[in-house]
Design a protein around this ligand. Structure first.
Ligand code: NAP
Length: 259
């Protein structure tokens, strides 16, 4: 197989599990050396070790990507070890659904911090190196909740719409430097993030928890949830030279749910 990302260096946030892990595995299969960033150092280490077995290099870093100091240390460490960063995938995200009157200031601030501020901080930290290289790819994981509002999702949707606004703005600013910036908008992927969501949505929908997933699948034209690979395949394409003419876009991987 022709490896589209051979020798590239990719930083992936929140890659210890779920979609981030799927993206890390896919980019490494395409030949990239990957830096696994996560709050949970044990899961990050496990993913990194799994990836090293496939012959590429991998590092793991414990960092809260909503903390400027920790982001700076993570990027400095990567630069010391690899000397360059070609790809940044901003994947960290949380979802705390609630009716608007039950959304506390704490939930609101935390959602903006993890889903939006982290993307600003990580991008700002790697952009100078990409500008110097005159080359780079930044992929921001938004959501179909970044394209349409959702009941009990006001903080999450606000943050994910924000991710697309940030993507479009810096795509324009960085185009002269050979840096492509795009967003990917997954539909439903049954990762650990959904363990809590299914419980909360069962109250919202007045359905037993085991029926919640069925309810959401039924709304998808392709009648199945996304697998992490469906999202990872799109990210890998956007990171490759095949996507060099694509920037400032927010592309859905959602089985046709939003069109
Ligand atoms: P997940 O299974 O909950 O995984 C999220 C990961 O993020 C966890 O490993 C978590 O670490 C890590 N994390 C959380 N806050 C962090 C922080 N401040 N710094 C560093 N790492 C942090 O979530 P997922 O479903 O894979 O979602 C990944 C992304 O896709 C998110 O941006 C999400 O909004 C987006 N998305 C998901 C879906 C879906 O249906 N799953 C749909 C559309 C978009 P800990 O385990 O230590 O907490």
């Amino acid at each position: 197989m022709c490896k589209r990302l051979k020798n590239k260096v990719a930083v992936i946030t929140a890659a210890g599990r779920g979609i981030g892990k799927g993206i890390a595995l896919k980019l490494s299969q395409e030949g990239a050396n990957v830096i696994i960033v996560d709050l949970d150092v044990e899961t990050a280490k496990t993913v990194s070790e799994e990836i090293e077995k496939s012959g590429v290099k991998s590092l793991f870093v414990k960092a809260d990507v909503s903390n400027a100091g920790e982001v700076r240390e993570m990027v400095d460490y990567t630069m010391r070890e690899f000397g360059r960063i070609d790809i940044l995938v901003n994947n960290a995200g949380i979802n705390k659904p609630a009716f608007i009157l039950d959304v506390t200031e704490e939930i609101w601030d935390l959602t903006m911090k993890v889903n939006l501020k982290s993307i600003f901080l990580c991008s700002k930290a790697v952009i100078p190196f990409m500008m110097e290289q005159k080359n780079g790819k930044i992929i921001n994981i938004s959501s179909i909740s970044g394209k349409k509002g959702g009941t009990w999702l006001s903080p999450y949707c606000t943050s994910k719409f924000g991710v697309i606004g940030f993507t479009q703005s810096i795509a324009r600013e960085l185009a002269p430097f050979g840096i492509n910036v795009n967003a990917v908008c997954p539909g439903i992927v049954f990762t650990p993030l959904w363990d809590d969501l299914a419980k909360v949505f069962s109250k919202k929908l007045h359905l037993p928890p085991e029926k919640v997933k069925e309810y959401y699948i039924d709304r998808i034209p392709l009648k199945r949830p996304a697998e992490v690979e469906d999202v990872a395949n799109l990210v890998a394409f956007l990171c490759s030279d095949e996507a060099s003419y694509i920037t400032g876009q927010a592309i859905n991987a959602d089985g046709g749910e939003v069109m």
